[in-house]
Design a protein around this ligand. Sequence first.
Ligand code: ATP
Ligand code: MG
Length: 191
Amino acid sequence: MGGTFDPIHHGHLVAASEVADAYGLSEVVFVPTGSSWQKAGQVRTDGEQRYLMAVIATANDPRFRVSRVDIDRPGDTYTVDTLEELHKQYGPDTSLIFITGADAIAGLHTWHRHDRVLELAQFVGVSRPGFSLADSGDERISVMQVPAMAISSTDIRRRVAQRRTIEYLVPAGVARFIEKQGLYLDTVDER
Ligand code: ATP
Ligand code: MG
């Protein structure tokens, strides 16, 4: 599951858990992006801090791990490179499933080298409140309903900037890390 994870929240974790259960996955790898061109021009939290929050959020779940491939690779993050790298690490006998929310799946055809991307992994698009999840008609992209979590990282950043609570939207350890590091206090309204 790729994402900015700025910060990781319970919407991400429920999506990963549901797909892992439905598809009998041996593990879910969370891959925080390096500098993503899709979010170019926006101020983004340091990759190291986004990585640490993902580690904190997943530490208690033996099915989950976090990969540094994208934050350690210089330059923009392209999913095609991420998947090529994971294929090398896991070997040819491992099949990869890329988990993505309804909003992200809608733009898949605009991704860099999307034909190759779809060769490298099966895609599962999960439902997300506020976005419609149409059957793509493409057998390489499946869709799945998951319990609705109307949570976004954008909303969490805005809440912190407005000194409102983020309790129960993110794992407790992530909320403490955000406080301790003073993240998002100066977020300017993005929407
Ligand atoms: P931002 O608001 O900064 O874009 P986000 O909440 O959308 O953050 P991302 O890191 O952009 O989080 O998303 C990573 C992946 O998780 C994407 O595929 C996205 O569609 C999916 N996702 C994020 N939040 C949810 C949610 N609440 N339910 C289902 N899928 C989600
Ligand atoms: Mg997003």
